[in-house]
Ligand binder design. Structure first.
Ligand code: NAD
Length: 344
């Protein structure tokens, strides 16, 4: 994938600060460091452990407070990878302090908050990108290309399904509280909606059922949605996160990020959940510097490797920074489109 152009190379790098040094922040740090057009100049997290790891590794400012990050004049743009409930207010504050914003999904927890963030972008004239992921998956790009080309006829149905162990992974308490952005609708189904919107276009109607079935983890853990698109196609979106079935089994045990998954590990997330004393401790132990991130994606052909996998998004940002429908990197997709062949 050619990610640099002469025109881009001539521009000074974007001076990036990262708010939230957890899983998403860790991936972004790696990509930012590898990208010639990004200068990583600050990191922020309320937790000391990821901050200390960040300070050890980079010659960059480290903050425990988001307001301080926003006031740092050396920071030009902020990537917000904090917990969901902070996204809207932090995005607005960052723009009011003159920073461009790349905010993780979901943009906000309510439509009103979304409007406030968009209004701040309009008011300040700064760039706002919602960091959706999966439009950059090579397989989704290819599906999109085929749909756009019309070579298989008109799109009729999209089936998107994912059964995984999300609910049983270590989580903070806010991740079980939908009022604070918890549950799979905000965290996981957002990915599927991004994919089906990219493939199916503008949505005319949505009908959905979201529920919580695991008595030990009372948070939204499954969702079934039916979406109709303006051009008449439809999508069914199914997500279940109880760690009883893993739909990667239907994908030759290839994991979300294009890596091998070991079938015998199925069910281990529940075992680990039952064995651990503190969810919070287990979660906090996974901050920046503590996780082993995968280094290659053998099943994603024609894609840059994991050290550079977010380059494509950065390049999009340079070329058309106001694009808001996707940004950033690559990731999961369990998606099956169906075409109706138009008879002539
Ligand atoms: N696009 C993707 O593929 C992808 C993948 C993972 C996560 N995400 C998104 O990234 C965001 C973070 O998820 P994560 O999995 O990295 O979570 P995480 O819990 O691993 O990391 C969140 C970090 O934010 C810190 N934090 C807490 N309060 C904060 C505040 N007020 N300001 C700044 N940081 C604060 C936490 O201490 C933690 O280190 C979420 O929006 C999530 O949906 C996206």
């Amino acid at each position: 994938m050619n990610i640099e152009t002469t025109a881009h190379a001539a521009q000074p790098p974007i001076r990036l600060g990262i708010a939230g040094l957890g899983l998403a922040g860790s991936f972004m740090i790696r990509a930012a460091v590898a990208h010639p057009r990004i200068a990583l100049c600050a990191g922020m997290d309320p937790l000391p452990r990821p901050r200390e790891a960040f300070a050890r590794q980079f010659d960059a400012q480290v903050y425990s407070d988001f307001h301080e990050l926003c006031r740092d004049p050396s920071v030009e743009a902020i990537y917000i990878s904090s917990p969901h409930r902070f996204h809207a207010s932090q995005a607005v504050e960052a723009m009011e302090q003159g920073k461009h914003v790349l905010v993780e999904k979901p943009l906000a927890l309510t439509l009103e908050e979304c409007d406030e963030v968009i209004a701040a972008a309009d008011r300040t004239g700064l760039h706002l990108i919602v960091g959706h992921t999966h439009a950059f998956d090579p397989n989704i790009r290819e599906i999109h290309r085929i749909i756009e080309s019309g070579e298989l006829g008109r799109l009729g149905m999209i089936l998107a399904f994912n059964y995984n162990d999300f609910l049983l992974r270590p989580h903070r308490s806010d991740e079980f509280d939908s009022e604070r952005g918890g549950g799979i609708a905000f965290n996981q189904v957002a990915h599927q909606i991004e994919i089906v919107r990219l493939l199916g276009g503008r949505i005319r109607s949505v009908r959905a059922n979201v529920g919580a079935l695991d008595a030990s983890r009372l948070a939204a853990g499954h969702c079934m949605a039916f979406l109709e698109f303006e051009d008449g196609a439809a999508a069914s979106v199914v997500f279940s996160s109880y760690d009883f079935f893993d739909s990667d089994e239907l994908h030759h045990w290839i994991a979300e990020g294009g890596t091998d998954k070991e079938p015998h590990r199925h069910g281990k997330t529940r075992e680990a959940f039952l064995a651990r004393a503190s969810d919070l401790e287990a979660h906090e132990a996974l901050g920046f510097g503590a996780r082993i991130l995968p280094t290659e994606q053998p099943y994603w052909i024609d894609c840059c490797d994991l050290r550079t996998w977010r380059h494509a998004a950065f390049t999009e940002w340079h070329s058309d920074p106001r694009r808001s429908w996707h940004a950033r990197d690559c990731g999961a997709s369990r998606c099956r489109p169906t075409w109706t062949r138009e008879r002539s």
